[in-house]
Design a protein around this ligand. Sequence first.
Ligand code: UDP
Length: 323
Amino acid sequence: MNVFVTGGAGYIGSICTEELLNAGHQVTVYDNLTEGHRLAVDARAKFILGKPEEPGDILNAVKSAKPDAIMHFAANALVGESMTNPKKYFHNNVVNALKFADAAVECGVKKFVFSSTCATYGPPDRVPMTEDLPQRPINPYGEAKLMFEKVLIWYQQIYKLEFIAFRYFNAAGASEKFGEHHRIETHIIPNVLTVALGRKPQCEIFGTDYPTPDGTCIRDYIHIVDLAQAHMLGLQPGKTGFYNLGNGDGYSVRQVVQTCEKIAGKKILTVEKPRRSGDPPRLVASAEKAVRELGWKPKFPKLDDIVATAWAWHKKHPNGYAD
Ligand code: UDP
């Protein structure tokens, strides 16, 4: 297929692009490089430097690529930042996303694949979380993603734009070539590994008084290549709806630090800080629906393996794409 990947220079988009190309698809990447990196774009893909705020830029890019499918990754994705700058989240993650959906309708694109998030649920009544749980986000990031999920439901019903939306839990790990490099890093695994590399003296643990066994937040980490594989399964015609992507295992922040220490073979100094606002205590997926309906089969379900691939990439690229 001919696939138009928005945000293909970012962490998740770059590895999905790589996997699409490995599977024989053609890819056009559209990215404005505010979060992404030009070096993260696989050389086999066509690259468009996007200006999403400019009228007509998105529509013209989609028209010129004539894709069969759009995979929409371009977004801001920091829970904490969304609590202090909600405007950024509603503009980029809703208004700009709408421009891609409109362009898809206008250009007769067959499939729209959307990066959604477990943050659309808010704190769940039970774990593991299935797709039918109520969605009550507690941060603007989750709210903006939920708003766009609703757009997709109506666009499918009325414009017949077939969509599939993946609610990611915590994407982590790396492929051999591409990995996680945010200019301002807030995610736990890369932050801990930066300490292991000796580039920072210590890492912070946000909140030790949560109602969890060790008092720190619990998350479900999913390998980035497994996530990419799910997107490819989602391209099959007729596959539509919402799917959680996670492994069904919850790890606390302290357990993540211990795993990083084990894989890197280094002691990691931590300091305890107050809670970060907008963080639900426990998010663990049930991805049974994706397994059952899409035939999804994660290759790297264990946190050890996820961290090992991240560590290998960070050791090779201590400055990320700035090298
Ligand atoms: N976290 C932490 N220290 C850090 C970064 C994150 O304690 O330096 C915690 C954060 O509060 C959350 C968990 O680790 O409970 C996962 O956060 P991350 O930002 O990696 O992903 P999120 O769940 O927000 O998407």
